[in-house]
Structure formats: C-alpha cells, structure tokens
Design a protein around this ligand. Structure first.
Ligand SMILES: [Zn+2]
Length: 260
C-alpha cells in the first residue's frame, strides 16, 4: 500500500485539516473547516486539490466545502452515504468497504458512528484520519451515539489496526486530554512522557499530531478500559460502576471527562 504525503493544516482555533497527496501532487483535504487557508496551504505545498474527504457533518469540519467547490472546478466532495443529507456539497457518497481514490492513492472508509451517527474515518496506508472519534489521548463526545458504539469504534474497528498506524485527528486537544489521563492513571509513565513531549511541541507552536496507535494504547484512557489503575480510579469516583464491563467503564470515563 502506498503511503500518502501528508501536510497538516491548522484551521479555526484548534482544528486540523490534512492535505494528503500522491506522487504527482494530486491531493485531498480531510475536513476543510474553512476554504481560504486550505487553498493557501495547497498552493504553498504545490499540490493540486481535487477532493474533499469529510469525516462528519459538524461545521468545524465541513465549513469550507461549498466555497472550495465554488473555487475548484470538478472538486469531488466525498462522504459517508448514510450522512449524504448533512455533508454540504457532497458529490460522491461512499460505503464502508468502498475504495476511496485520490490520484494514485487508494484508501478505505471506516464507519465509526457515535460522536455523530454518520461519522467515518479514512485509512490510507499507515495513516488513519479519525476526525472527532479518536483524539490524541482522548475521544470525541457521544453526541449521537452511546458507549457501546464508541467501544466498537475504538476497540474493534481501530482495534484491528497495528501499533504503527499514524493517528491524524480533528483537534489539538492533547495537553488537556493528557491532564485528564494523568488524573486516572497518575503512575503511568507513558502519560507523563507524552505530556512532556506535547508541552515542548506546543511551546514551539507545533502540532502534537500525528501520534501512533501504539502510543495511544499506552496512555489514552479510552483505550485503557482494562488498566487496573484506571479501574481503581473509576471505582473510587463511581462506586456503582461494573468495572468488569469495558463498555460501562468507557461510558463512565467519557462522563468524567465531560466534567473534568
Ligand atoms: Zn464534531
């Protein structure tokens, strides 16, 4: 499988769009929250933007779709068929299992409903574009789904992918997420190492993205719902929770994060 060239495009306050390009410079933008910055980034990197890949319908992910379509002739806007009515300007509705093509690159759409019922991820080579489902050290809010769906997404769908998978997520939330992680597993050295790395990168004005799935498995509380230290913390805060049920634990950890 060919790995795409990837350029990170900071958008709005803390969103990330991603340009992924093949060897000829044909490119897609994942989640263009705004158009002008994306066009400037494509120009700066000498890429030929032909495609938008939408992870979900929220405005801070698709806000630039229509203006990009107005500015780029024959722009393709790709999204999940199940959410066709909510993705502005959609021109190509795809299903899980379909091949998503960007120039010479071939990727897959993975359905991961929960943050929204039509949320998807895109998988190209080693790169996984996770939108607001999996963040570095965190996960998205359950706006239109439940803990069982997020468990399915994180532990079954992404759970099938190898440790060296690169995680490109929708927001720069890493430092706050790691503070929450440390509150649940204060003795996990991977959390403190990741926090030091994130603080250094942010101080330099650089993204903490990408991380790897292997790193996430070492410090992300939503992937660590079987960690004894995490379970003890959850039990202390919510004595009624059934800690042998990883779905229940995931739901309680998300609720704790909502109020962190
Ligand atoms: Zn969202």
């Amino acid at each position: 499988m060919t790995n795409p060239r990837i350029e990170i495009v900071p958008l709005l306050n803390d969103n990330y769009g991603y340009l992924l390009a093949d060897e000829t410079g044909e490119a897609a933008i994942v989640d263009p929250a705004e158009a002008e910055v994306v066009l400037a980034a494509a120009h700066q990197h000498q890429l030929r933007l032909t495609t938008v890949l939408a992870t979900h319908h929220h405005g801070d992910h698709v806000g630039g779709n229509l203006e990009l379509a107005a500015r780029i002739p024959r722009l393709r806007i790709v999204g999940y068929a199940a959410d066709r009515d909510r993705i502005p300007g959609l021109t190509l509705a795809v299903e899980p299992g379909d091949v998503v093509q960007v120039g010479q690159l071939r990727g897959a759409l993975l359905a991961v409903p929960c943050h929204t019922r039509g949320h998807v991820a895109y998988h190209f080579g080693r790169a996984l574009f996770t939108g607001d489902t999996l963040f570095a050290a965190g996960c998205g809010r359950f706006f239109e789904g439940d803990a069982a769906q997020m468990y399915q997404a994180l532990h079954q769908v992404f759970g099938a992918l190898p440790d060296d998978t690169l995680i490109y997520c929708g927001h720069e939330y890493t430092e706050n997420n790691l503070r929450f992680a440390a509150s649940l597993e204060p003795n996990n050295p991977a959390i403190h190492a990741a926090a030091r790395r994130a603080a250094k990168l942010r101080a330099e004005g650089r993204p903490t993205i990408p991380t790897t799935l292997g790193e996430e498995r070492s410090y992300n509380p939503f992937l660590r719902v079987r960690s004894p230290e995490l379970l003890a913390s959850v039990q202390r805060a919510h004595p009624g929770v059934e800690v042998t049920d990883p779905v229940a634990v995931l739901g309680v950890v998300r609720a704790m994060k909502d109020h962190f």
